[in-house]
Design a protein around this ligand. Sequence first.
Ligand SMILES: Cc1cc2nc3c(=O)[nH]c(=O)nc-3n(C[C@H](O)[C@H](O)[C@H](O)COP(=O)(O)OP(=O)(O)OC[C@H]3O[C@@H](n4cnc5c(N)ncnc54)[C@H](O)[C@@H]3O)c2cc1C
Length: 437
Amino acid sequence: MKANVLVIGGGVGGLTLALKLAKCGIGVTVVEQTKGTSHMYKGELVQPKTLQIFEHLGVLPSVQLSGHTINKIDLIEGNKQDTPSKSAMSYNILPKPYNYALMIPHETLKKILLDEASKFPSFKYIQPGRFTGFEQNKAKVKINKEEVLLQADYYISAEGRKSIIRDSLGIQKKEKQYDHHFLTVTFPRPASLKDGKIISTDETFLGLFPLPENQVRSVYLIPKGTYKEMVEEGIDSFYKKYLKLYPELDGYVQCIESWKKIQLMIPVHYHISDYVKGNVALLGDAAHSVHPMAGEGMNLAIQDADVLGELLCWMYDEDNHTGSYLSYYEEVRKPRVQYVLKLSHLSALAYSKPLKSFVNWRRKVIDQLTQDPVLHCKHMLNISGLGIWKESLVDRVIQSGVIPKRINREIELTENQLLFKETDDYPWKKEMYRDDR
Ligand SMILES: Cc1cc2nc3c(=O)[nH]c(=O)nc-3n(C[C@H](O)[C@H](O)[C@H](O)COP(=O)(O)OP(=O)(O)OC[C@H]3O[C@@H](n4cnc5c(N)ncnc54)[C@H](O)[C@@H]3O)c2cc1C
């Protein structure tokens, strides 16, 4: 059995890539190990660049229909002694039409991608099927207790954090762990809770991200190693923790029947050295893992798939399979991912225990970030995925509150050089590059 491209892992990254390739008429097979849908909570916040990708893939209307629009994320610093300080990160300052984010249940998004890909005759989906390694340049896949060898022109590692391909290729990853973990759970929400909220104190924070059908996904920070103790304290004590931070959840958080519904989430941070080795490319969590603070994990996987998919479509179209072309994928994606990893790592540190005494400093930084028009714009652009606008030394000084924030400064991002253009996303299409390879 020969596919042009064999994708190991039917997560959001693998399915986006497969849909892109199937649309180009490329034979693509996805192998997914799970039997049905997963009950694990995973990324659900869709950032603006991902919305743009979905539009090009023709799935944006279905995603919008099953999603809940987020215009802003309110940041509330609430310490016992002080009056809470409020500010907001607004997606609306980004250029239209991608000036919002969207929350969608993870499995619903996967189903939309899978259903769309299944419309194309060149798409094949093997589930359950488990990749176990390579043999004679073929992929060994266990399907119904039987081991089969699948051959392809290209193999894609999209199997998430525990990638077997990454390990079998000897690609190293240096993992950073944090001093905190998260509890995550979805439950009904009050109708007034329409936008995202992050409520923080000097001990913890609660992130609330509204989903459709009056549900809300919550993320609650706990010190590493305290999960067992919390479970032993009982579910009532969990409700109290949420209500202390956001009393409006009274009558809603209690709908979580037991601890079984609540998932422990352990943040990790890593970035592999090589995205491509021979005819194998890695994407999504197989290549990098980002602290969930910035809600970027799922977006990075989809954005990887977009660039890699476009490149493979182009290579088949041009009938040009020179090995070095695949490296364009790494050239485009690695620096962008590196930047997002850095941003979310810095946000994670601001909420970590060693910086606890800096709560007032954090409050100042957040105020400056959301009220200085340049800083706000840069931050929203950088997390949106639509472009990168790096902070300058002056920005850092303003952010730390040493000099006052700028006011009355108009920023027009629409025509701005800092938004990624098609030639930035897909540079191999530039004529000048062709002769160089
Ligand atoms: C427990 C958890 C919670 C998370 N929560 C959040 C969150 O709250 N917010 C956020 O932004 N991000 C979160 N993330 C990150 C985000 O969900 C991921 O970044 C995103 O799903 C990555 O997509 P992916 O397609 O690369 O990998 P995955 O979504 O992990 O998909 C990989 C797929 O490969 C399959 N697979 C694995 N091994 C094999 C094999 N050998 N053979 C065949 N198939 C295989 C898996 O079953 C899976 O379906 C979370 C991740 C995890 C693991």
